[in-house]
Write a protein that binds this ligand. Sequence first.
Ligand code: ADP
Ligand code: X15
Length: 403
Amino acid sequence: MKTIDELLSEGVAGKRVFVRADLNVPLDGTTITDDGRIRAVLPTVKALADAGARVVVASHLGRPKGAPDPAFSLAPAAARLGELLGADVAFATDTVGESAASTVAGLADGQVAVVENLRFNAGETSKDDAERGAFADQLAALADVYVGDGFGAVHRKHASVFDLPARLPHYAGYLIATEVGVLRKLTDDVKRPYVVALGGAKVSDKLAVIDQLLGKADRILIGGGMAYTFLKAKGYEIGSSLVQEDQVPVVQEYLERAEKSGVELVLPVDTLVADEFPDMKAKAPGNPENVAADAIPAGKMGLDIGPETRKLYASKLADAATVFWNGPMGVFEHPDYAEGTKAVAQALLDSPGFTVVGGGDSAAAVRTLGFDEQAFGHISTGGGASLEYLEGKTLPGLAALED
Ligand SMILES: Nc1ncnc2c1ncn2[C@@H]1O[C@H](COP(=O)(O)OP(=O)(O)O)[C@@H](O)[C@H]1O
Ligand SMILES: O=C(OP(=O)(O)O)[C@H](O)COP(=O)(O)O
């Protein structure tokens, strides 16, 4: 993989450099609640701008449906990037249309532009190679060189991640180089006990990685929105909790395999429930109730692990030599449901081992709940990406950067 340092030594002054970043930051309306992913790409953008490149930054944000949707505009991220760079950042109101073309044409050497959300275009995420390729052709017209630095999206076979680098000279940015450098250590030489804690809301993506993790980890702790598919697989009532119904038989098979192979697959023993998903705007306390994991009342929704589970998970992390944690244990954005995530973050800090936190929301949780991010071994900007990397999978966005 050629890195950005090689590109810089070849010289980039006057060249249009397309930086595929992951600016998929959490938003409250148009306010960015955690700018970690923007900070993470700054070294790459700054180095290119300082070297006189005309930098075109592109990213997805959220999961819009292949058409423009103002709720998912990258405009707030572009503004924040400008603040952090201490420079004007131009913003194109489309991704490959007239605004993008004129914005990029108007860049002087050393200037930076952001184009609108890649996923406003159906070609970005299409499963059809030709449709993705056609969109990648349009993106390629905006630049002379490609720098891949959106680590959080390298597990996606999307046009800007996979097809575009094949069309331009391509290099890995500093963030991707750093992330791969750290995660490689967890695949090459993992110290045991190796404990993986999984939570969050992207349930189907994360259930898929457990298949491989069962052959690698010593203990897997399940929390967050993931947990209820497991509780359902055990035959328990889960009320209106998040569930991936079609995966219940697969999860039953995981539970059997774990039992046979001696891997500890640990499920919550209690959970906080409420009548409905909390109103994030009204941070006023709701009415959560703690119930045993096998006694969720019909109609109630599980929103965090309970106090007994917090203690149990802390004990399972206490002797870990390596910990990988992806996915909040509950709806941490609301104070009523933040304790499970706080407890697991604290248990990572208390554990003697090397601790890795992965994922946009997990990293944001660590920061917004007041933990010192320097105290963790590594905070990865990608959850799904780091999990799939640890699974040993070939990631499309990394393969595309190989020569
Ligand atoms: N029990 C739950 N029910 C619904 N959503 C949950 C639950 N627990 C956690 N979440 C949500 O999961 C989201 C993060 O999930 P995810 O995107 O998978 O994590 P990451 O970005 O760290 O990979 C958070 O917004 C959080 O509110
Ligand atoms: O937030 C992301 O991933 P993560 O939640 O696994 O950390 C990335 O920006 C990828 O987004 P996607 O899961 O919508 O493809």
